[in-house]
Design a protein around this ligand. Structure first.
Ligand code: A2P
Length: 274
């Protein structure tokens, strides 16, 4: 099993560069699939209160036999718990997970129209100080939201988890995160499966004897982001982490770079979604 590269966050802690994404994994399937992912070598597991599977994910971690300290677990605060309710929402997540701490806690969406994300961030800073969370970050924040957060609290998120895949490459968002010392993490890294059919990806995959998914995930690794593919299929769970025995050339990286589209977004727009 190849060792997984890590990135260093601005709080000095390390995050594995590939993780197992649990969005849409049903609660009853989560223990088995998380167990499969840990067996395959994943050490980052990404869930959220809104996924409705924290209890199953926690069980999968507890039953895996992998020491807790070797696992990096992320969960997220849902939109309707922002503001005064944030600390209580975190305790509920922790109770469902059945664990003593989480490695990374994220504000799931900024919901800027509610004007609660600064207050929420302050609650997360307090939880960090209490030791129940090792690192704090955000998801789907634009640079404008980040500027507000940092300006109001002086605390920069460790991670910004955003939609990112070859048809929606987010150069500006990645550059903005980097300038602030924030690790960018990619959700829906495979473009929910659509981009697996792209002819350029297929050609590069053929040249390496790899699958289109492996080429896309390798591209994420080489652009320097954390990537969290999800799959409910045990074989594909293994396939998706088997990407550390080949390298995309600068020319191949450039060809994938050309696939970016202005209309590539497939998820909600953070400026309006809540
Ligand atoms: P499945 O669960 O049947 O494997 P994204 O992470 O971009 O949102 O994409 C997730 C989608 O891609 C899921 O529908 C998942 O389906 C599919 N998927 C994940 N890994 C692979 C793979 N290696 N090959 C083909 N499809 C995959």
């Amino acid at each position: 099993m190849a060792s997984i590269p890590t990135l260093t966050m601005n709080d000095g802690r390390s995050i594995p560069q590939i993780g197992y994404g649990c969005w849409q994994i049903p609660e009853d399937k989560a223990p088995g699939l998380v167990g499969d992912a840990l067996k395959a070598g994943y050490r980052l597991i990404d869930t959220a209160a809104a996924y409705g599977n924290e209890a199953g994910v926690g069980k999968g971690i507890r039953d895996s036999g992998v020491p807790r300290a070797e696992i990096f677990l992320t969960t997220k605060l849902w939109n309707d718990r922002q503001g005064p309710d944030a600390a209580k929402a975190f305790e509920e997540s922790l109770a469902k997970l059945g664990l003593d701490y989480v490695d990374l806690y994220l504000i799931h969406w900024p919901c800027p129209q509610r004007r609660l994300f600064v207050e929420t961030w302050k609650a997360m800073i307090a939880l960090l100080d209490a030791g129940k969370i090792k690192s704090i970050g955000v998801s789907n924040f634009t640079d404008e939201h980040l500027a507000t957060l940092v300006g109001e609290t002086g605390v920069t998120p460790a991670v910004n988890q955003i939609e990112l895949h070859p048809y929606f490459q987010r150069q500006d968002a990645r550059a903005a995160d980097k300038a602030r010392g924030i690790v960018t993490e990619a959700w829906s890294p495979l473009g929910r499966g659509e981009e697996l059919k792209d002819p350029v990806i297929a050609e590069i995959a053929k040249a390496h004897g790899k699958s289109p998914a492996q080429v896309i995930l390798r591209w994420h690794i080489q652009i320097g982001v954390v990537v969290i593919p999800k799959s409910a299929n045990p074989q594909r769970i293994v396939e998706n982490i088997s990407i550390f025995d080949f390298t995309l050339s600068p020319e191949e990286m450039a060809r994938i770079g050309m696939l970016d589209k202005p209309s590539g977004r497939i998820g909600p727009d953070p400026a309006t979604f809540c």
